[in-house]
Design a protein around this ligand. Structure first.
Ligand code: ASP
Ligand code: MG
Length: 451
């Protein structure tokens, strides 16, 4: 069995849906995981925000606008009368639900119910389209098997049992279409795997079924060696290890949800990133194999907050770091980077929801300085900390105000913290040095990057 996930752009227009149909219609048995059509989840979040603020009229007008957009899509995509009728009824029911929700008291469950509608719509419409095209396909509702536990982690046992049971008892099909992103929570209420979570759905399903391969189809031909939004002439990387891709996804490469490779890595199920708009491109293949040495990619993660905690009490004292970490633990806030000196420790967080409470607690034991609008720049590649070119990197960064450096935490990652206003310049400088100037690294590039 294969698992193929298609992102919002891939199902975001009629012509792209036709492309997806052509890609999946090859006779191989597969599960197709879909995101919402591009823009829909954002629109649903806006509707939810309006309701949170009590702007019911505005929410209703946005619901109507979205409804019109979907009616148009159905009209353009489907022509067989019974499928048109069935799909219109479904779309109407979804929008009636949304209108009804505007009268309810706003809770997190209301929010989760609203944002789930995007994937419910895209999968219903697309599966009806496959049926219209005489493809042996059926819809597999994700809420019949996807569940997360109290910590928001996938309940793998439940998922595996239920998915396998459903597949065993349903009429066999070539293609099973299901929703990415949405899930039940431990109480059985509707929830989700957080924004961008459809990638994660695909690998969770891949692991549950011990799939041959998980493919993530998006609108770019794989992981690039730098951020294409900031730097020109970036190139797709043909091979990455699970570790390298996990670092890149975590530290800002937007192509993949940060947790994507986790479920499949233990079973060594390959993850292939492919471009729906250019299916012939190789993309990126992520496996447990290590290809080449040295820096393969650079990525950046914005909206980072740096916290400097300074205390004379640190001097030759034990237990200080424990106190600091306990405060972050208490506010369930993950630390990304950390550096220490004799009297201070600097660390970064990207979730600043509890920043004020954390700062207040820290101020009881130390002096605290907070810097916002920082970016982590992450260099990734197998054994980069040992690579002969790596020390020269610091020459390249001479004029950049680097606030923190993390070197040696793992042998395939070096992270730098800079002001977000310096990010693009830093990415460009590093790109020039790593991928354009150095002969040594140019050789590496030839080995592991397809142009
Ligand atoms: N539709 C959801 C989002 O926009 C999930 C996904 O696309 O992966 O975040
Ligand atoms: Mg995505």
């Amino acid at each position: 069995m294969l698992v193929l996930k298609f992102g919002g752009t891939s199902v975001g227009s009629i012509s792209n849906m036709v492309n997806v149909k052509n890609i999946i219609n090859d006779g191989q048995k597969k599960i197709v995981v879909l995101s919402a059509m591009s823009g829909t989840t954002n629109a649903l979040v806006v509707i939810s925000e309006h309701l949170k603020l009590g702007n019911t009229t505005e929410a209703l007008s946005q619901i109507n606008a979205l409804n019109e957009q979907y009616s148009k899509t159905v009209k353009e995509l489907l022509h067989k009368p019974h499928l048109v009728e069935e799909t219109n009824n479904y779309v109407t029911a979804i929008f009636n639900d949304l209108s009804a929700i505007t009268k309810e008291f706003y809770t997190e469950l209301v929010h989760n119910t609203i944002v789930a509608k995007g994937e419910l719509l895209s999968t219903f419409i697309f599966s009806r389209y496959l049926v219209q095209e005489a493809i042996n396909a059926q819809l597999l509702p994700a809420l019949d098997f996807m569940r997360i536990d109290k910590n928001g982690e996938p309940d793998n046992f439940y998922i595996k049992q239920n998915l396998n049971r459903i597949l065993k008892h349903t009429t066999p099909s070539d293609i099973y279409v299901t929703q990415g992103f949405i899930s039940l929570d431990s109480e059985g209420d509707i929830s989700n795997l957080k924004r961008g979570g459809s990638d994660y759905t695909a690998t969770i399903i891949g692991a549950a079924l011990k799939a041959e391969e998980v493919q993530i189809w998006t609108d770019i031909d794989g992981f690039h060696n730098n951020d294409p939004r900031c730097v020109e002439n970036t190139k797709a990387i043909s091979n990455l290890s699970f570790d390298e891709s996990a670092e890149l996804a975590y530290f800002g490469a937007k192509i993949l949800h940060p947790q994507t490779v986790m479920p499949v890595r233990a079973f060594n199920i390959p993850v292939r990133l492919k471009n729906t708009m250019s299916p012939e491109s190789y993309g990126t293949l992520i496996t447990n194999k290590i290809h080449g040495e040295g820096i393969k990619a650079i990525a950046a993660k914005d909206a980072i907050t740096a916290i400097k905690i300074k205390s004379e009490r640190m001097l030759q004292a034990h237990g200080f770091l424990k106190t600091v970490f306990e405060i972050f633990e208490r506010y369930e806030t993950a630390i990304d980077m950390i550096t220490t000196s004799e009297v201070a420790v600097s660390l970064t967080i990207d979730d600043d929801r509890n920043l004020e409470a954390i700062t207040q607690a820290l101020e009881k034991v130390a002096k605290v300085e907070v810097d916002r609008f920082m970016s982590i720049i992450c260099l990734v590649g197998n054994s980069i900390i040992y690579h002969q070119d790596t020390p020269n990197l610091f020459q390249v960064l001479q004029d950049v105000n680097v606030r923190m450096i993390s070197y040696g935490g793992s042998h395939n990652n070096i992270s730098l913290l800079v002001n977000t206003s310096d990010k693009i310049e830093t990415l460009k400088k590093l790109h020039r040095y790593v991928f354009e100037d150095s002969k040594e690294i140019a050789k590496l590039k030839a080995d592991c990057v397809l142009s």
